[in-house]
Ligand binder design. Structure first.
Ligand code: AHR
Length: 506
């Protein structure tokens, strides 16, 4: 690996068009997803007040601190597939008296419902994050959904507001986002788009809250590169209607190394063929966004309805010895590079993509944090999310890449470099770069239209494609300082093989 500022051949040019500021990169593109699944919530963040693991009112301290540093802007809960079997009443009131329910979707384990609405909302408040509550369409009724909304948002003297107060919360909570159902095409009820569109209208009609506390209403869309859900919802749901709203459609996109659900590929010890195929698969998300956004642009030219991706990330074969229903997987440099690629794509489409949620925050799929009882480790994906913080609420700039040296494997190839640039809330010019090639450093010339003296920031890379942090070596892979000075008014930098770099251009 070459050090920053040394001598890879500079034949790739990244051009940042600072004269044409684009859409704001909504901070909720950095949203997190937490579901009642495996050790995602129980153990991952919630251990209870009586636990030996150091905790603040039941939330483990180490994880809480790590999440605070990550500046998580938004939390989505309680699922996922779990949302369509979740009955909010099971999770309110004195914990000892809460129902014990079977999590039929994820491992058939008992959920004692210790983590419910109050615990979720308190977590969001501790993190200063917005909330995205996913309502139950599959096994719930409009009445149950309406009652949950009233419980959370009513300020008057209704019975439900009294109950919330008796349960310890005086003031209503702000509900920023509210979705009706999840994956209605599958675990959310195996519906057709037409049937879901009708149900959405029915439920959304009764999703009433006080005028000053109206959540952004989200319809559940399709997955992968299908567009039929967007087409149907945009045609059938009058999104700007006085009696019901649909302000966003949300898709899911998971990256499987092989592209096959029966044998997805391993999280560790993979060869270069799966490094390549994983990155190739993940880049297809852009086609999914473009095709769906094209439909929305036609049917909603004023850009009123958002296109969200409220589940994305890698999905590997479950680690040997782990409960298959818990979706626990390791997280390596490959996940970090993949996260950078996805974030750059979301930035590029920030005009319509105002929210995404990586799946999932802790101990599930492409997690930020892994825990093993009292131990905790930050993953390479965590580090990328942290490096990208300056992009939250930044103003995007168009970026073009000239003479990209494509990364070839066998007889296929993908772009060698991915880039994104923006003016941060701090007024600084930020550049994110990803090198997909695991073998070669790429020399980059950066052009911004004005003089740049240098670049300063961080780089995340390692020798091994599957480098990771373990509970015994938690700092094996972490960002390192990266600094380059321009020479003769020209900024050139070396982008190490398989790396993510985020720098401020000065
Ligand atoms: O994130 C795990 C699961 O993936 C979610 O519950 C579901 O929505 C999706 O299929």
């Amino acid at each position: 690996m070459l050090a920053a500022g040394t001598q890879a051949k500079n034949d790739t040019t990244v051009v940042v068009d600072t004269a044409k500021p684009g859409a704001t990169i909504h901070r909720n593109i950095y949203g997190q997803f937490m579901e009642h699944l495996g050790r995602g919530i129980y153990e991952g963040i919630w251990v209870g007040e009586d636990s030996d693991i150091p905790n603040t009112r039941g939330y483990r301290k180490d994880v809480l601190n790590a999440l605070k540093e990550l500046q998580v802007p938004l939390l989505r809960w309680p699922g996922g597939c779990f949302a369509d079997e979740y009955h909010w009443r099971d999770g309110v009131g004195p914990r000892a008296q809460r129902k014990r329910t079977i999590n039929t979707t994820w491992g058939g384990v008992i959920d004692d419902n210790a983590f419910g609405t109050h615990e979720f909302m308190a977590l969001a408040e501790m993190l200063d994050a917005e909330v995205y509550v996913n309502a139950n369409l599959g096994t719930g009724t409009p009445q149950e959904m309406a009652a949950w909304l009233e419980y959370m948002t009513a300020d008057g003297d209704s019975t439900l507001a009294r109950e919330r107060r008796a349960n310890g919360r005086d003031k209503p909570w702000k509900v920023h986002y509210f979705a009706i159902g999840n994956e209605a095409w599958g675990c959310g009820g195996n519906m057709t788009p037409d049937y879901y569109a009708s149900l959405y209208k029915r439920y959304a009609t009764y999703a009433k809250t006080p005028q000053d506390n109206r959540p952004i209403m989200i319809a559940s869309g399709g997955n992968d590169d299908r567009t039929d859900w967007t087409q149907t919802l945009m045609e059938q749901v009058p999104y700007d209607n006085w009696s019901m709203r649909m302000q966003a459609i949300s898709h899911h996109y998971y990256t499987l190394p092989t592209g096959k659900w029966d044998k997805k590929g391993r999280a560790l010890e993979f060869a270069e063929d799966e490094w390549f195929s994983t990155l190739k698969q993940t880049l297809r998300i852009e086609g999914m966004i473009e095709k769906n956004v094209a439909i929305m642009d036609k049917l909603d030219p004023d850009n009123k309805v958002g296109f969200y991706v409220d589940e994305w990330g890698t999905w590997y074969d479950v680690e040997p010895g782990e409960n298959p229903g818990f979706l626990y997987q390791e997280n390596t440099l490959r996940d970090a590079v993949l996260a950078g690629l996805n974030l750059n794509i979301f930035h590029k489409h920030a005009r319509r993509v105002h929210m995404t949620n990586i799946a999932q925050m802790i101990n599930v799929l492409q997690a930020m944090i892994l825990t093993d009882k009292e131990k905790m480790v930050l993953t390479p994906t965590y580090h990328v999310f942290k490096m990208y913080i300056p992009f939250q609420d930044a103003t995007s700039y168009p970026v073009s890449i000239k003479n990209d040296k494509r990364y070839s494997y066998g007889d296929e190839s993908i772009p060698g470099v991915s880039a994104s640039a923006a003016k941060g809330k701090d007024g600084k010019l930020w550049l994110a770069l990803v090198n997909t090639n695991p073998n070669e450093t790429t020399g980059i010339t950066v052009e911004t239209g004005s003089e740049v003296k240098g670049a300063i920031g961080e780089v995340l890379t390692s020798e091994a494609m599957d480098a990771r942090n373990t509970f015994s070596t938690p700092k094996n892979i972490k960002p390192k300082r990266y600094k380059v000075k321009a020479k003769d008014g020209k900024l050139t930098l070396d982008l190490p093989a398989k790396s993510v770099v985020v720098v401020e251009l000065r």
